[in-house]
Every structure is written in structure tokens, then in C-alpha cells.
Ligand binder design. Structure first.
Ligand code: C5P
Length: 218
């Protein structure tokens, strides 16, 4: 259980991988299971928040959480943007596809003996855009890295105008029930944790969010 209350707060959480079509049969995606984002949504609800979950993967979720299913990064972008002005905080746990195929074939691409070249173009960076547009909302982002974790975390915290960046080693976290995270706060504070169950990580994130609300209201 979360130790601090999020009662009265509206919180938007994103979870899981997005999928980018190549043709009617095939898509590009990543290894994100959605477990971290779903755990955060449940922890925020338990702490009393009104929670909307925009999810690229389908896991069990309690009926008090409003869930919106999305497939592509552009779907997620649209669903997050249209709700942003109405929420108090966004927690972006989703692993959004950075690229999508430039061309989506209407018919199945037939295999041949030649190599297949697919040109990938950039998707919108949802969190970066939220950072540029934010009014009083608290923004929490994730960084999954395989190397240079701290340098990348600090760079993202600043570049995306976040209040808190949760850094995790991609190899220790993707698909697992546990996660080893470090919190980097905008003010320079850093908090490193040992490996915990994703439910416990979710509770720590909600506690940190409640504290961020308290300090922003002073
Ligand atoms: O820059 P990077 O993708 O590593 O940043 C990760 C954070 O940014 C996550 O919180 C993720 O949800 C968010 N993100 C996003 N849109 C993208 C890529 C990442 O919102 N296109």
C-alpha cells in the first residue's frame, strides 16, 4: 500500500509496448510487458487517485481504473494529448516505439530471396511534448537503458522537463516481475533502490508523486 494519499488527484499512466504495422500480418514492437505501468495504475488507485491508463498491452486491471487501449505510438500520442489539460500528473511507463515503418503495405509483403529493406521514420516523443506543454502537471518519465544509465537519465530529466525520472536497467526489468530502479528528481536529489517487486516500485513512485504534489502546493 502507498503510504501517502493521492486522494482527489487525476493521474494518467501509460503502460506497455506500442506496435507499429509493416503489413496486415507483421509489426515492430519491443519487450515491454506493461507490468510496471499497470502496477503504478493500481498503486495510484489504492492511494485514492482517479486513474486513467493508456495501454499498449492487455493485462488484468481493476474496474475503477479507466483503461484506453492503443496500438501505435501515434494512437498513444493522441489519447494522452487530449487528456493532458485535465490531469494533475502523468506517469509515462510505456515503452513507446521510437520509429515506425515509413510505408505500411495494405497487402502481405511476399517473401523473396532478396534482403528486405524497411525505412523507419521517427514517431512523436510524447513525453517531450508534454514537458513543453505542461502547466502545473507533475511529469514522471522512465528511462530503460543498457548502458550509461545515470548520464542518460540526467539528460532525459532535463530535456523532457520532468519532475522525476525513474531509471532502470532494461535487462533487469523488461518482462520481469521485479525491477531495480534509481529515482532522479528535478531538484538534484537521487534515490537508489535495491531490486524490488514491481508492486513495491509502484508504491515508491506514488509516494514520491504525493511528495511532489505537497512541495508544489507550498
Ligand atoms: O528517450 P527515451 O525514449 O529513452 O525516454 C523514455 C521516456 O519517454 C519514457 O517515459 C517513455 O514513455 C517516453 N517516450 C515517449 N514517447 C516516445 C519515446 C519515449 O513518451 N516516442
Amino acid at each position: 500500500f502507498a503510504h501517502r494519499s493521492l486522494a482527489g488527484k487525476k493521474i494518467l499512466v501509460t503502460a506497455g509496448a506500442t506496435k507499429e504495422s509493416l503489413d496486415p500480418i507483421r509489426f515492430f514492437s519491443n519487450r515491454s510487458s506493461g507490468k510496471m505501468g499497470y502496477a503504478i495504475a493500481e498503486a495510484a488507485r489504492l492511494a485514492g487517485a482517479e486513474v486513467t491508463l493508456v495501454a499498449g498491452v492487455d493485462l488484468n486491471v481493476s474496474s475503477e481504473i479507466k483503461r484506453i487501449h492503443v496500438t501505435t505510438a501515434r494512437d498513444m500520442h493522441r489519447e494522452v494529448m487530449k487528456r493532458f489539460s485535465d490531469v494533475d500528473a502523468v506517469i509515462k511507463a510505456a515503452a513507446v516505439a521510437d520509429y515506425r515503418p515509413e510505408q505500411v503495405s495494405e497487402k502481405k509483403i511476399k517473401k523473396s530471396d532478396d534482403p528486405l529493406t524497411v525505412t523507419m521514420i521517427r514517431n512523436p516523443d510524447i513525453l517531450k511534448e508534454l514537458g513543453e506543454k505542461k502547466q502545473s502537471q507533475i511529469l514522471i518519465g522512465f528511462a530503460a537503458e543498457t548502458d550509461h544509465l545515470e548520464a542518460n537519465a540526467l539528460r532525459k530529466l532535463e530535456a523532457k522537463h520532468l519532475d522525476l525520472l525513474v531509471a532502470n536497467h532494461a535487462i533487469d526489468s523488461f518482462g520481469e516481475d521485479t525491477n531495480k530502479v534509481t529515482f532522479y528528481f528535478a531538484g538534484g536529489k537521487k534515490q537508489a533502490f535495491e531490486t524490488m517487486h514491481k508492486q513495491e516500485v509502484a508504491t515508491k513512485i506514488c509516494d514520491a508523486l504525493a511528495e511532489l504534489f505537497e512541495t508544489s502546493e507550498i
